[in-house]
Design a protein around this ligand. Structure first.
Ligand SMILES: C[S@@+](CC[C@H](N)C(=O)[O-])C[C@H]1O[C@@H](n2cnc3c(N)ncnc32)[C@H](O)[C@@H]1O
Length: 197
């Protein structure tokens, strides 16, 4: 890791009590795989915008143990690495036409929370994530619902997602606004898609 000797003290991990995104990703992942009774806990999963590793921690607690992560920040990844629950961690910028180094159809699922935030990940990042997920695999995203009203980049999110469904890239399994707090007084929005490309 470039010149780092330890995690940056400026990074504060959000308590899972205050921030429900990672837990919601885990819950909706389980909901949409529960009929696959013998789902292999060793399936490769990508944690997108891994940050300090909260989503991977939930997936690991559920029993999944083959998780890779990607994030643009070395500092965040150093925290994630400290959790010792990832197989591989990639430091890379998603979106804006960038392509991750992994080959097509590497993962059975991609999970993410808190990445669609003002100034963070652009929506086109999901096109590369769809490339990386096998047909039949799941993509589960949790975000602050308010961001689809307040943040220009995400205002047409559902039209864009529908256009990708029309192109046969994925199909919508669920858009959910569960009656819990996402963070503070904000409501969550959860997307569950199956890759069909
Ligand atoms: C709010 S944090 C969420 C982290 C984690 N998923 C969680 O739920 O705690 C957003 C993360 O996205 C990362 N990020 C922002 N823009 C990115 C980009 N374009 N490519 C990759 N990672 C990015 C940030 O470094 C940060 O770790």
């Amino acid at each position: 890791m470039r010149g780092h000797t330890g995690p940056d003290r400026g990074v504060v991990e959000i308590s899972s009590l205050k921030y429900s995104g990672p837990r919601l990703v885990g819950e909706y992942f389980v909901k949409h795989t529960k009929d696959k009774s013998c789902i292999n806990k060793n399936i490769p999963i990508l944690d997108v915008g891994a940050g300090t590793g909260l989503v991977a921690q939930i997936m690991h607690d559920i029993g999944f143990d083959n998780i890779d992560g990607v994030d643009a920040s070395d500092t965040m990844l150093e925290f994630a690495r400290g959790k010792s629950i990832y197989q591989r961690l990639y430091c890379a910028k998603l979106g804006e036409g960038n392509t991750l180094p992994m080959i097509d159809n590497t993962y059975d699922a991609a999970v993410m929370s808190g990445i669609f935030v003002q100034g963070h990940v652009k929506l086109d990042a999901l096109l590369d994530i769809i490339r990386l997920v096998k047909p039949g695999g799941l993509i589960v995203n949790a975000m602050r619902e308010q961001n689809i009203h307040d943040v220009d980049e995400y205002m047409n999110i559902h039209e864009i997602f529908a256009s990708w469904a029309k192109k046969g890239l994925w199909k919508c399994l669920e858009h959910a606004t569960p009656p819990v707090k996402y963070y503070g007084d904000y409501k969550p929005l959860v997307h569950v898609y199956e890759v069909t490309k």
